[in-house]
Design a protein around this ligand. Structure first.
Ligand code: ADP
Length: 605
């Protein structure tokens, strides 16, 4: 189920529980208050009763009353007794004190000298008289005064002679207004109301005037009861209309009940506690308005809702936190997974790259080997071409040496040592030339090993020129070598550069073969961080697509003259040395120019 529905359910449950708990606590508080008020007032009433109860007994002990009852016509005794009654009334602060004979006729009273004097009146119907006469003990009775119409508590005691014979009854009446006003102490609850009910359920003390002389017993009408008519003469004793409310859930004490009372036309709910007063058949009823219960319920509801809100927010916070933590953990896992995947990918591509690198290295090695082989093949091809020339070159000096040797023998026979020496010198010169020729071919044919180093470009040109000039084909060609005075140090390999230059120069010589004034110019230029060595000729020039000449096997020559590999190999050699080799037709005249560019060595700091 959606958590919102759960939250709503919990909210409702909390509200209901808080409301019920508030009611329970509220009623408990009100009940507590009612019990406290009951206890207080019960004590107060008991104290009052205990204060007055011994009074008539003490008065009955007075010998004057006894004497008067024995001689009721003695005017002097009557006067004395009346005075005594008055004095006693003043002392005990009672409203009435009077003495009745056996028939209930008042023979002495504290108000003997007043117009409404009790003297001569008969109270034999009053229970306080009949009870005292019947039991010979003290009696207490509550009633409205017949003459005064004031509520009073009547305390009575029989007056006996020495033989214990009852002669009459002395009665003391206390006004109860004082008891009522005691209820309304300043500290008492404004919500609290009180009624004291007699044995028949009629209220004779009440905190509200309109609740006096009302019948609090349900379903019975006291209006017709003659005893009650005597006790409350002239009062209607209407029913109080107390409606009991059955709310067992909220109540805990058996002496309490919830009632609805009509107050100024409005029904109000009260919590009622009933307590019997000591030694009397009276009941004290304390009624407390249950208005504060609603307030307590509202407070509990507010508290409950706040508690719920607090709990709900905490739950939301904890839930969010757990959610985030879970999310973070999930993200972490995903990240880890991705990293693992990525690492695996990288490792795979690394492996692939390594394999590729190895393959490339292998291919490169293969290429290098093939290059070397090609270079070698090209050289051998050049050698093959040269061998014809070489044959001619070697034959000439050999024939000359032969001739010089023969001549020398003849000169030796003739004894011309001078000529022999001159011929031998010629032979040595020719042998040197032949040795130089073979040495050059040997240099050309050898393979270059080792890494590139710093070399003087001038020396490479010198070496190449030696090879070229040794060939017959270079005869008649004007070779200009603009040799710089300073060293031309560059990054490269002397033998390889020499081989490239030999190739360039050989090509140039072949290009100028048919030209009337054949000429080759070799020069070196400073290009900043590199040197440029230019081999120019005034020959036939390059085809329109000048870069085509660098393609392998491109040749315009006969099979005897060329294979079309020279420039292709030369360019690869120069590339391997970190330089460039380009060729184009001259701008200033017929012929081609080939430019060999090589980097200057890096200056070490
Ligand atoms: P080969 O000399 O064996 O033909 P190269 O690779 O050395 O092979 O040269 C390729 C071609 O480039 C030559 O056949 C020629 O047509 C052209 N070539 C090279 N150098 C020159 C030059 N200096 N002048 C004109 N053409 C040239």
């Amino acid at each position: 189920m959606n958590y919102r529905i759960w939250a709503l359910l919990f909210l409702c449950l909390t509200a209901v529980l808080a409301w019920q708990l508030g009611a329970w606590v509220g009623y408990r508080l009100v009940e507590q208050e009612a019990l406290e008020e009951s206890f207080r007032y019960r004590q107060l009433v008991a104290n009052e009763l205990n204060r007055y109860r011994p009074m008539p007994e003490l008065m009955a002990e007075h010998p004057l009353l006894q004497r008067l009852l024995e001689r009721p016509s003695d005017q002097r005794l009557i006067l004395q007794a009346n005075e005594e009654m008055k004095r006693m009334a003043t002392i005990v602060d009672s409203s009435d004190v009077y003495l009745m004979d056996r028939t209930g006729l008042t023979i002495a009273a504290h108000n003997y000298d007043q117009s409404n004097s009790f003297i001569g009146r008969r109270f034999d119907y009053r229970p306080y008289f009949s009870e005292a006469m019947a039991t010979g003990e003290s009696a207490v009775y509550f009633a409205l005064g017949v003459t005064s119409d004031l509520r009073g508590l009547y305390f009575s005691h029989p007056v006996k002679n020495d033989a214990g014979e009852i002669l009459g009854v002395v009665a003391v009446k206390i006004q109860v207004d004082e008891l009522e006003s005691q209820w309304l102490r300043p500290a008492s609850s404004a919500n609290a109301e009180m009624v004291v009910l007699d044995g028949d359920g009629i209220s004779f003390l009440a905190s509200r005037a309109e609740w006096l002389y009302r019948d609090f017993t349900p379903d019975t009408s006291s209006a017709d009861n003659p005893a009650l008519q005597q006790r409350y003469p002239g009062r209607e004793l209407t029913n109080m209309d107390v409606l009991e409310v059955n709310r067992k859930l909220t109540m805990t004490s058996g002496s309490s009940s919830l009632v609805l009372l009509n107050l100024d036309g409005v029904r109000r709910e009260y919590l009622s506690t009933q307590t019997p007063l000591p030694r009397l058949d009276w009941n004290l009823r304390v009624l407390i308005g249950t208005g504060p219960v609603l307030w307590t319920q509202i407070q509990f509801l507010t508290g409950g809702l706040m508690l719920f809100l607090g709990g709900f927010l905490t739950w939301l916070y904890v839930r969010e936190r757990y959610r985030r933590e879970a999310e973070l953990a999930q993200r972490g896992e995903q990240l880890e997974k991705r990293v693992t995947e990525r690492t695996a990918d990288l490792e795979a591509s690394n492996r692939r790259l390594l394999a590729e690198i190895r393959q490339r290295e292998a291919t490169q090695n293969e290429l290098k080997a093939t290059q070397q082989e090609l270079i070698q093949a090209a050289k051998l091809a050049v050698l093959g071409q040269m061998s014809a020339g070489l044959n001619h070159e070697m034959n000439q000096p050999l024939t000359a040496i032969q001739a010089y040797a023969r001549n020398s023998r003849r000169f030796l026979e003739r004894g011309n040592a001078e000529m022999v020496d001159a011929n031998l010198a010629e032979i040595v010169t020719l042998c040197n030339k032949m040795a130089e020729l073979t040495r050059q071919f040997k240099v050309f044919a050898r393979k270059s090993e080792g890494p590139p180093a710093t070399v003087d470009l001038r020396l490479a040109v010198d070496a190449a020129l030696k090879i070229i000039t040794a060939q017959d084909s270079s005869e008649g060609v004007r070779i200009r070598w603009r040799r710089p005075d300073h060293g031309v140090m560059c990054h490269g390999d002397l033998i390889r550069i020499e081989q490239v230059l030999v190739n360039l120069m050989a090509n140039a010589i072949q290009a100028v073969e048919t030209v009337p004034e054949p000429g080759i110019t070799i020069s070196i230029h400073d290009g900043g961080d590199h040197w440029q060595c230019c081999v120019e000729d005034n020959g036939s020039g390059l085809p329109a697509d000048s870069d085509q000449v660098f393609e392998p096997f491109f040749t315009t020559k006969s099979v005897k003259q060329g294979l079309g590999l020279g420039l292709s190999i030369s360019r690869q050699i120069v590339d391997a040395l970190g330089g460039t080799l380009t060729g184009h037709n001259r701008a200033d005249g017929p012929g081609a120019v080939f430019v060999l560019t090589l980097a200057k060595p890096r200056k070490t700091p």
